[in-house]
Write a protein that binds this ligand. Structure first.
Ligand SMILES: Cc1cc2nc3c(=O)[nH]c(=O)nc-3n(C[C@H](O)[C@H](O)[C@H](O)COP(=O)(O)O)c2cc1C
Length: 200
């Protein structure tokens, strides 16, 4: 069995963190370097990742995090995943940074579908980075909680970013030994292989 499969079997959504144990800056910097390498359609990279370690800011975010409140408070870091707001600004970014072929793909294949489809496509790219971060955390034995259960508008107000809007967040830290969601206590629930795989 590969080391990565074992890590994926062991990873789980952390529900309870050790509030006093913090991830080092070296670890957070490595996660940033990994996130920067996330793939995206045409290499569009319509994202921003805000790493919140400041206690006061986490305390402000917590009430707007539904059932995730305690995880936001106790985790070592909350990474807020944001998408670029303004389509015109995104188009400028790709013109500045991407080869002509990629820019043409956007104008031929995405842009004609309209604003709603553009927005959906941009958001899809940010979710790819979520998968990358969760996989990296599994590999590095870092506790993580993906959280769509947040109020993005409220997060935006606290982060004070007018160019990007919040989509979801990931809490990071060291899991408490008593975490009830640990796979030893709550075995992983997944659909059967026969239902989700097809070989042709
Ligand atoms: C996009 C996304 C959003 C999620 N939002 C939350 C959340 O707000 N709070 C939470 O405790 N878990 C959240 N989860 C965790 C899922 O419930 C969890 O991944 C799933 O039940 C499988 O369990 P496991 O991650 O422990 O294997 C989210 C997961 C994903 C991928």
């Amino acid at each position: 069995m590969s080391n990565f499969l074992e890590k994926m079997q062991q990873r789980y959504t952390v529900k309870q963190y050790k509030p006093d144990v913090k991830l080092s800056q070296t670890v957070l910097d490595e996660l940033k370097a990994i996130l920067q390498l996330s793939p995206s359609s045409i290499n569009s990279q319509p994202w921003k990742f805000t790493f919140v370690t400041d206690k006061e800011t986490k305390t402000q975010l917590a009430p707007f995090s539904y059932h995730n409140k305690q995880r936001v408070l106790d985790s070592s870091c909350v990474v807020v995943f944001q998408v670029i707001k303004d389509v015109a600004a995104f188009e400028q970014q790709i013109k500045d940074h991407l080869p002509e072929g990629a820019v043409n793909y956007y104008y031929n294949m995405i842009k004609p579908s309209g604003d709603e489809e553009i927005s959906r496509w941009l958001v899809n790219q940010v979710y790819i980075a979520l998968g990358v971060l969760l996989s990296a955390c599994a590999q590095m034995d870092i506790g993580s909680t993906p959280m769509e259960g947040i109020e993005p508008d409220k997060y935006d107000g606290i982060l004070g970013d007018d160019k990007y809007r919040s989509l979801f967040a990931v809490a990071l830290g060291v899991q408490d030994e008593n975490d009830t969601n640990h796979p030893d206590r709550r075995p992983k629930l997944r659909l059967d292989r026969e239902k989700i795989f097809q070989d042709i």
